[in-house]
Design a protein around this ligand. Structure first.
Ligand code: SF4
Length: 306
């Protein structure tokens, strides 16, 4: 079956079974094309929260599908490939959070949405890269246990000096943003395109964040690229976002680091997405004793955001 026919069949299947397809900004172009909504973690969590669909096909990584399942205990959450796991989320086991809480009983626990449900159940509140500043600022505590991304912790600390941010674990990271989006790449791109505006994701290293014109979540980048009159942009995040940026801004140029690929996000293919709908599996579930706690921490975030 050709790609266009498969896209059509996927859409038909989704309509037949009242399924909503949610795709992260880093997904393959053909998956973005069949999705009802393409967005970042926050946007997709909100879409999952509000959906009236019976099924959610989540094309993203493990913690995102878990969030959708937690927010929708009465809906069925499918994922094209369960091997799409975020290594950063795997860096923060529940025990590490429990240990940190014992050491810092006066701290609020703010965990990035890129955390697995078991650890997130220990959080007071969840945040995303789009709302981390707002969420941390809203905590009455000065001390904040923040994890798992050390670079996002740097971003929050830089903007909220009145808070004491304690990263948990000490050096959690996203392999794409930390190791594949290095300052030297941006120096080269800037030398080649001196008029380009630089966007960096807060998962990027501090030296990249510091040289960027704007530090933004992926949806923040989409909005800012639309708003600004500039014609050229250097994009400091996973290269999949370029597809959406180019599609929505045909008159503008976007330069990305082509090697900055999240292999986990790319585990989903259109064929696997179609098969997941057809077979009603693999299904993502979270045990209710954990889901209940994660729901509270996630709803606290959504209430601050919506
Ligand atoms: S891009 Fe980084 S944070 Fe996002 S899913 Fe991939 S490894 Fe995880």
């Amino acid at each position: 079956m050709g790609l266009e026919e498969l896209k059509l069949k996927t859409r038909e299947m989704a309509a037949e079974m009242n399924a909503v397809i949610l795709a992260h900004n880093y997904q393959r172009p053909e998956i973005q094309d069949v999705a009802d909504f393409v967005g970042d973690s926050l946007d997709l969590a909100m879409k999952a929260y509000r959906t009236k669909a019976d099924y959610i096909l989540f094309c993203g990584v493990d913690f995102m599908a878990e969030t959708a399942a937690v927010l929708n205990p009465d809906k069925k959450v499918l994922m094209p490939d369960v091997a799409a796991r975020c290594p950063m989320a795997g860096m923060l086991p529940r025990e590490a959070v429990v240990e940190a809480k014992k050491k810092h009983p006066d701290a609020a626990v703010v965990l990035y949405i890129n955390t697995l449900a078991e650890a997130k159940a220990e959080a007071d509140i969840v945040c995303t890269s789009a709302n981390a500043l707002r969420v941390v600022k809203a905590q009455p505590n000065r001390k904040i246990l923040f994890g798992p991304d050390e670079n996002l912790a740097y971003f929050v600390q830089k903007h909220l000096p009145e808070k004491k941010i304690i990263p948990v674990p000490a050096h959690g990271f996203c392999v794409v943003h930390k190791s594949m989006l290095l300052k030297g790449e941006f120096d080269l791109m800037k030398a080649e395109h001196p008029d380009a505006v630089i966007f960096a994701h807060p998962e990027c290293n501090p030296d990249v964040q510091d040289m960027a014109d704007f530090v933004l979540s992926t949806n923040g980048m989409v909005e800012k690229a639309r708003e600004l009159p500039n014609k050229e942009f250097i994009i400091g995040t996973e290269q999949g976002l370029a597809y959406r940026l180019r599609k929505e801004n045909p008159g503008k140029k976007f330069y990305v680091v082509d090697t900055a690929v999240c292999v986990n996000m790319k585990k989903h293919t259109l064929e696997k997405a179609y098969n997941a709908l057809r077979d009603r599996k693999p299904m993502i579930t979270v045990p209710e004793n954990i889901a209940e706690k994660v729901r509270i921490a996630t709803e606290r975030m959504l209430n601050l955001t919506i």
